[in-house]
Design a protein around this ligand. Structure first.
Ligand SMILES: Cc1ncc(COP(=O)(O)O)c(C=O)c1O
Length: 434
């Protein structure tokens, strides 16, 4: 099929995620032919630096030879098997490794196949833990401006109006504690007081508090100090409320350490992982939890305390082989150490944005950098303008409203970081000329 046939057939049959499909009447969708390293290539042989790691999943670039090889080996061995009553080697290896590298105390892995489903699992498990022990705690607390996915439970604990507002009537009632307003310790302390106030008033009916440690990615790349996680952990302990760390976006090195909770030295009761887990190859997610929580579900059959939750593709062996290959790369290639240089490159390029009159602020946590622009009217469509400009210059950026951000694959070089951020700079400058 040629490019135009693909575009037409796509428009005829496909409903794309998070998209007003009418936009594609005037802005045709871009069929991608191939990917290699940090680049995606279209049907006109244009290459684009994937500045958003294809929705934050792609850690080691596209078509990584080692991950490719490991998936191919697995493909000839076992592509899938029902995961109730059966198991397989890739998932056992993966689980041992995840338990070894995540914060202390996380010893049990429950798998699903996307981030939102992992959130559903963590919420349900937390609720059922209390119920199995004879307590009814039907509420959850999350942070203002949070995002945890778009299934009903995950959306209920989210707080980004754009995704949530329309469904309000069918969502679970939840409480939102204030997110620290900036990256200072003072803001962390102040926000913790807000959390404490909710716990004081409602603590006995709350199952869990869920947060995105350090960076609220879909919440316009809002960032806060690790002290907040430490304080939240203490409050959760005090009120016997579970702490769920949603590391779906920030896990696997994004914040500079393997897991964002490490910045605070905190072990959550549940940790959710997905996205980078398979290096961006295949859908897989996991909820890690403690022996203490697991034990509350462990009993004779007739007591009905088991966690009766399942997904057909749970623990898919191909996805697990991609995840094991991803962890091999972290182990064998000193990725976190090498990323330090890239983090520094991003930091120095970020400086230039501060002088622009339409830039409100810039921020960075590890391999995530963001430039917040002044607010533009909705119909100005600032994100679309930046996206279109950058694409013409060979860079894939997908600003969140007025926040232009960079979350590239770790195989990016400092030269490519410069190109990516220079193009964003030009795009932002170009807004002043419109
Ligand atoms: C922090 C966080 N949690 C959960 C999700 C949902 O993951 P998925 O899109 O795989 O359902 C996302 C997705 O962006 C996320 O950023």
């Amino acid at each position: 099929m040629n490019k135009q046939t693909l575009i037409d057939a796509d428009f005829k049959h496909i409903w794309h995620p998070c998209t007003q499909m009418k936009d594609h009447e005037t802005l045709p969708i871009i069929p991608i032919k191939s990917g290699k390293g940090v680049y995606l290539k279209d049907f006109d042989d244009n290459s684009y630096i994937d500045g958003v790691s294809s929705w934050w999943v792609n850690l080691f670039g596209h078509a990584h030879p080692y991950i490719n090889q490991k998936i191919k080996e697995q493909l000839d061995t076992l592509e899938h098997v029902i995961f109730a009553g059966f198991t397989h080697e890739p998932i056992i290896r993966l689980s041992e490794r995840l338990c070894a590298i995540t914060p202390a105390g996380l010893e049990k892995c429950f798998y699903a196949d996307n981030g939102s489903s992992a959130i559903e699992v963590a919420l349900k498990m937390s609720f059922q833990y209390h119920k199995n022990r004879g307590e009814k705690r039907p509420f959850f607390v999350s942070l203002s401006n949070s995002y945890h996915g778009e299934t009903i439970g995950a959306l209920s604990v989210g707080d980004v109006d754009l995704y949530k507002e329309i469904y309000e009537e069918i969502l679970l009632p939840t409480f939102q504690a204030p997110v620290p307003k900036d990256m200072s310790e003072e803001a962390a302390r102040e926000a913790a007081l807000g959390l404490e106030a909710i716990f004081k008033e409602k603590g006995s009916v709350i199952s869990a508090f869920i947060l995105e440690p350090l960076v609220q990615c879909a919440g316009y790349m809002h960032m806060y100090h690790p002290l907040y996680i430490t304080l939240a952990r203490k409050l959760c302990d005090q009120y016997n409320i579970h702490l769920i760390a949603d590391e779906i976006a920030v896990g696997f090195g994004r914040t500079g350490k393997m897991f964002a909770c490490e910045h605070a030295g905190v072990s959550p009761d549940f940790m959710t992982l997905s996205k980078g887990l398979t290096g961006g190859y295949l859908p897989l997610s996991v909820v890690l939890t403690t022996q203490k929580i697991y034990d509350v579900f462990y009993c004779d059959y007739g007591e009905f305390k088991a966690f009766l939750h399942s997904h057909s593709y749970t623990g898919n062996p191909l996805a697990c082989s991609a995840a094991n290959a991803t962890l091999d790369l972290f182990e064998n290639e000193a990725v976190l150490e090498k990323n330090q240089e890239k983090i520094a490159c991003m930091a120095s390029k970020l400086e230039q944005f501060k002088a622009l009159p339409n830039v409100k602020s810039v921020r960075q946590t590890g391999m995530i950098a963001a430039v917040e622009l002044q607010q533009y009217p909705v119909d100005f469509r600032v994100n679309l303008k930046i996206f279109t400009y950058a694409l013409k210059k060979g860079v894939l950026l997908r600003p969140l409203s007025h926040v232009v951000y960079f979350m590239p694959p770790y195989v990016i070089t400092c030269n490519e970081i410069e190109t990516m951020m220079d193009v964003a700079y030009e795009a932002i400058v170009s807004l002043n000329r419109l």
